[in-house]
Design a protein around this ligand. Structure first.
Ligand code: C5P
Length: 396
């Protein structure tokens, strides 16, 4: 199991470290906590020992350590995360002072280092703190910038510890990033679109957006820049991903086209409505005046347009089918000039729309195909991103 060393220093926000530990563990990571001595004034190290199942380290000469623990432990971990980090620890790390376990350990680690600062706004913005942050960034240390908001000192401003979710997502990206996704822009569309009849009625479908949100999250963790263009769904966007919220198919089309020139890959997971109303009302249409035969017309096929405009972008489509899946998916792949088609059977209740699991077939234009049997959408998204990574690699 991959292990993270979590440095906890004496910012009042250190109680949030417990949430960070829980979220990291949920992602299958082991955590070993190192506290500064001052941090133990706020929280007893036994709390973190209980949460992690491993003795929390505070001092260089604690009992029960391996002979040169800070060196031995440096080989065990895939990331050193310091959250929350005070101005003091950053000043020490920036100048190489090594007078306790955490600052000594920092000099020994070879894995990536991620710092999440938290302090009063004046302290954070002080030129000395900013100079230390710059020095650490120049040395390759990564940062999760603090947020603006209510601070423990009673003031409002910048310096609040970033959310545990954001800290964990950034940590995962540092552990899981792959060279092929570096500097790549991946556009993911997700969810349904809504085609309005009037301000209160619309035509839509049952897409939940889960598959697209998982793909966006996974692409971000692998190191890509990700834009998630989402129809109306009930999901929280993954931290680190740029979200563009849209309602109608035309809005989705325009948003995708805005990023298309710069995109290396577009993954069209969205269940774009195929039809819209020919006539719409800007005010609610009274039922007495509503014609019984509402006329529909086709919406623009975004993927087909992307296929026509393609200049090297990798295009991935999703086909939600209820019958003749292979034949239909194959035809659509050709018509839309796709590089990969993911097809699933939406007539089944246990997979696809709204479910947490999916079972899909992948089809390539050269006739290759692959079956991914029923598993969590997160796992399916990992398999799809592995295939996309291989395709991007082959293009280099
Ligand atoms: O033809 P069909 O709608 O089954 O194709 C599905 C694929 O095409 C999906 O990737 C979907 O996002 C995309 N699509 C689109 N514009 C539409 C309809 C579907 O881009 N109007």
């Amino acid at each position: 199991m991959d292990k993270i060393a979590l440095g906890v220093t004496s910012s009042i926000s250190l109680y949030k470290a417990a949430d960070i530990i829980r979220l990291l563990q949920k992602e299958g990571l082991a955590v070993r906590v190192i506290m500064t001595e001052k941090a133990t004034n706020f929280i007893n190290p036994r709390l973190f020992t209980s949460l992690t199942g491993e003795r929390t380290i505070v001092n260089l000469f604690d009992e029960g350590q391996r002979p040169v623990e800070h060196i031995a432990m440096a080989d065990d971990i895939c990331l050193l995360l310091i959250a929350p980090a005070t101005a003091n620890i950053m000043a020490k790390l920036a100048t190489g002072i090594a007078d306790d376990f955490l600052s000594t350990f920092y000099l020994a680690v070879k894995s990536p280092v991620l710092i999440a600062p938290a302090m009063n706004q004046a302290m954070f913005l002080h030129p000395q703190t900013q100079a230390n942050i710059k020095k650490l960034k120049d040395a390759g240390v990564e940062f999760v910038e603090p947020e603006s908001g209510y601070l423990a000192c009673g003031q409002t401003g910048s310096g609040r510890l970033a959310s545990p979710e954001k800290i964990v997502q950034t940590s995962l990206r540092l552990i899981r990033r792959q060279p092929v996704f570096k500097d790549k822009l991946i556009v993911v569309t997700a969810g349904p679109t809504r085609e309005a009849l009037d301000p209160v009625r619309f035509l839509s479908n049952r897409s939940s957006g889960k598959m697209g949100y998982e793909l966006a999250r996974e692409a971000y963790q692998r190191g890509a820049e990700v834009v998630l263009i989402s129809g109306p769904v009930e999901l929280e966007p993954p931290a680190g991903v740029k979200i563009e919220k849209v309602i109608s198919s035309e809005e989705m089309r325009q948003a995708v086209l805005r990023y298309y020139d710069r995109a290396n890959a577009v993954i069209m997971t969205a269940a774009v409505s195929d039809f819209k109303f020919s006539q719409t009302g800007s005010e609610k249409i009274e039922k007495e005046t509503l014609p019984p035969d509402l006329k529909l017309e086709r919406t623009p096929d975004i993927l087909e347009e992307l296929g026509r405009l393609k200049t090297g972008q990798l295009l991935v489509g999703f086909a939600a089918e209820t019958a003749q899946m292979k034949a239909r998916a194959g035809q659509k792949m050709k018509k839309k000039k796709l590089d990969l088609m993911v097809a699933n059977d939406v007539s089944r209740q246990d997979i696809g729309f709204g479910c947490d699991e999916n079972e899909v077939y992948l089809f390539w234009p050269d006739g290759r195909e692959r079956f991914i049997q029923k598993t969590a959408k997160r796992k399916v998204s990992q398999e799809i991103l592995t295939e996309i990574g291989a395709m991007l690699n082959a293009r280099k």
